[in-house]
Design a binder for this molecule. Sequence first.
Ligand SMILES: Nc1nc(=O)c2c([nH]1)NC[C@@H]1CN(c3ccc(C(=O)N[C@@H](CCC(=O)O)C(=O)O)cc3)C=[N+]21
Length: 287
Amino acid sequence: MAQVLDGQAMAARITQDVREQVDLWVRNGKSVPGLAVVLVGSDPASEVYVRRKITACRKAGIRSIEHRLDSGTQEAELLDLIDRLNADSHVDGILVQLPLPPAIDATRVLDRIRPDKDVDGFHPVNVGRLSSGTGGLIPCTPLGIMTLLDSVVDDYRGKNAVVIGKSNIVGKPVAMLLLEREATVTVTHIETLNLSEITRQADIVVAAAGAPHLVRGYWIRPGAIVIDVGITRVTDEGGQTRLVGDCATAELDHALAVTPVPGGVGPMTIASLLSNTLRAAQLRDDG
Ligand SMILES: Nc1nc(=O)c2c([nH]1)NC[C@@H]1CN(c3ccc(C(=O)N[C@@H](CCC(=O)O)C(=O)O)cc3)C=[N+]21
């Protein structure tokens, strides 16, 4: 049986650890770290994620400030809010939940966030820092993935890592982090030919294509580690909704380790947001 990497349990430990560091920070006379969460519109999945983020902040002793704007909000209004949050010394981290309504240019909005408050790591300065290996804030899902991987891999050198998906939020940054640890990294995507032949060479597979059960048992060699980043909401015959990952996990008994969906990468994304918020507070304190 493959080891199931319990993201829920690992996230709970990280949350506790952040809480202890926050307490220490406050005992040293610093102000409680604050995270501003901006939600535009009422996408049901975004509502769920934002709720989870705010609950996690409470558990970690981080102050969260929720800003809800209606779906008709103008881009200029949102940019104004970001400017105010950028200037507010009680705000250490700013998170603008994606997706934004189509009338708003998401790139313009994300580029407006001060890089040292960009706890999502989406600002071009942080993207550049990640690709040159020079610090910066690391996007939450990739950071969570690496924490999961680090629990079962101690040396990435000589390992083949295959990333499925080339998004700016997961595929590209996780490829950079794997490269930084000196894995041999192959980034594949929807146009890649013979994908299963490529994944069959992998010691580590990160599936972030958003394609339910794309990765089948025969795609994975015995002893490989499989990280499932997919979270597709499907409605079954009974009208019940459930989450489906990118991997047919039931076919992966021969893997060394797999992450479940739900309870794998998702909770780790949220735990990483807490670490990033604390880090942002500490980075700004250092000037
Ligand atoms: N600015 C921004 N930053 C993000 O980090 C960001 C975003 N926008 N937009 C959407 C994606 C997606 N994302 C998830 C977070 C937690 C779970 C999570 O906790 N998932 C649970 C299940 C949650 C459920 O029941 O739906 C799990 O996998 O166990 C999933 C997905 C963050 N994202």
